[in-house]
Design a binder for this molecule. Structure first.
Ligand code: GDP
Length: 466
């Protein structure tokens, strides 16, 4: 585990020019370290500063030496342990937002004995000092990355302990079941024993069902956190780039009348009523043309299709239905998809009922990327697929990551095993072991006994300074 003895420092604001930039210093030596390079007319030494106070003054590269070299006029905020983000003494230096200047301030702090913080180390310290549990720490990263209001609201709820509260609630109901088993079933009284087993079985079942409901809402949570990934697929020249552009309302992809010019994939995130939608324009699918670069693009298209939550299979309604279109249908059919027939502004050569037949009866959407006709229907249809996911879930919007899902699935499995064991009148030890395993998996989610490896995995995804 990272030693919390060190005092760490990092830039907490983005690199670049800005109104202000903030350097955050945390650890037992943070106040003396900054005090050495700071001078204020308002306070002799920062060590006298009360918690949650701000001090205006000058920050020096070499305080004490002559001539003193001022880096910037800054505001220093002092937070004393345990009333800080990390739970340790923290000093935040707000300076003018110039990257060179902020770099000099950071170096000055490092010269005073602080070391550069690793990714997420401030938040890791907050976790280690018990200021937050693991789900809350993860929510901090989600919040920083959230791309829409809904994603942000879900992250804030998790940061405030919504998921952790739910997990603790499950654990509080599991504990009496385990206690029940551990005090031993009373074999001398068969009726009583039967009753106890029944209670145990129904208790496990209720918990399993509740976990299933949480897991069911995972797809929506994933969409809120990572965005709905929508891939545009179709043979070259059907208007994929044009559609992306009309959806974006800007000229991002290169639109040309020569087939096969979108050789790479392009990604753009849109905000549709709070749902982040990540649109990927692909190179298009077609049989091998002999052009290795284009072939690479096609391989990427397939990859984008496999990674997508939804595929828009695009066709050109003004041209004949070709074997390449058939290929697109074949490639997309295995994934959730919507068929889109483009160029509705031109005379149609398509039999839409034939496409519906190929699509198991579901109608295709006719649009014109050129005029914008049908786009609102398409957007509505995409949104409906997301809402359909949430309608299937009993619990609205549990934003689970893979780690939570994995631990919950293991809890569910252990509960099932415990129930089976109780049913088959197995030894209490078997039931108890399964319930203990269920309890451990729940504990993993909030980080009751975290391993160094797990913490490394979680916090390495953070940015430095958070
Ligand atoms: P991609 O290869 O599938 O990305 O296709 P592009 O977006 O590059 O479009 C190919 C050609 O079709 C371009 O000349 C576009 O201007 C034209 N195009 C795209 N959408 C429409 C449309 O809705 N109507 C008409 N008339 N032309 C379109």
């Amino acid at each position: 585990m990272i030693s919390s003895q060190d005092t760490i420092a990092a830039l907490a604001t983005p690199v670049g020019e800005g109104g202000i930039g903030v350097i955050r210093v945390s650890g037992s030596e943070s106040i003396p370290a900054v005090d050495t390079i700071f001078r204020s007319a308002k306070i002799t030494h920062l060590s006298q500063a009360a918690s949650h106070t701000c001090w205006i003054g000058k920050l020096y590269a070499n305080k004490g030496k002559e001539p003193p070299e001022v880096i910037d006029q800054v505001v220093v905020t002092v937070f004393r342990a345990p009333h800080s983000y990390t739970g340790e003494d923290v000093v935040e230096i707000s300076a003018h937002g110039n990257p060179l200047l902020l770099d000099r301030i950071l170096r000055a702090c490092l010269n005073q004995g602080a070391r550069l913080a690793g990714p997420g180390e401030f938040t890791e310290r907050a976790f280690l000092s018990g200021k937050m549990d693991l789900t809350q720490a993860e929510a901090v990263a989600d919040l920083i990355r959230a791309k829409t209001d809904k994603g942000q609201a879900a992250a804030v709820a998790q940061m405030e302990g919504r998921l952790a509260g739910k997990i603790r609630g499950l654990r509080d109901r599991l504990l009496p079941l385990l206690a029940h088993v551990e005090v031993g079933l009373d074999h001398s009284d068969e009726d009583h024993d039967f009753l106890k087993r029944q209670q145990l079985i129904s208790g496990c079942q209720a918990l399993e069902e509740e976990i299933a409901a949480i897991l069911d809402s995972a797809p929506l949570g994933k969409v809120l956190r990572d965005g709905l990934r929508v891939a545009l697929l179709g043979k070259p020249n059907v208007g994929k780039s044009s559609l992306l552009n009309s959806l974006l309302n800007e000229e991002r992809a290169i639109v040309t009348p020569v087939p096969g010019t979108t050789r790479d994939t392009l990604e753009e995130t849109l905000n549709w009523d709070g749902i982040p939608v990540v649109l990927t324009d692909t190179a298009g699918l077609r049989e091998y043309t002999g052009d290795p670069i284009e072939e690479l693009g096609i391989a990427r298209s397939r990859k984008a299709a496999a990674a997508a939550d939804l595929i828009l299979g695009i066709f050109d309604g003004s041209g004949p239905f070709s074997s390449e279109d058939k290929q697109v249908i074949k490639e997309c059919a295995a994934f959730p998809h919507i068929w889109v027939v483009n160029k509705s502004d031109l005379p149609s050569q398509w039999n839409l009922s034939e496409l519906a037949r190929l699509n198991g009866g579901a109608p295709a959407i006719q649009i014109s990327a050129k005029t914008g006709a049908g786009l609102s229907t398409l957007i509505r249809k995409v949104k409906e697929t997301v809402l359909a996911q949430s309608a299937n879930s009993g619990e609205a919007g549990w934003v689970l990551n893979l780690r939570h899902q994995d631990a919950l699935s293991r809890t569910q499995e252990a509960l099932k095993q415990a129930r089976e064991a109780a049913k088959s009148a197995a030894f209490e030890e078997c039931v108890a072991l399964e319930l203990q395993s269920a309890l451990r998996s729940l504990g993993e989610i909030i980080g009751e006994t975290p391993t160094e490896e797990l913490l490394g995995q979680i916090f390495s995804q953070f940015c430095v300074g958070k």
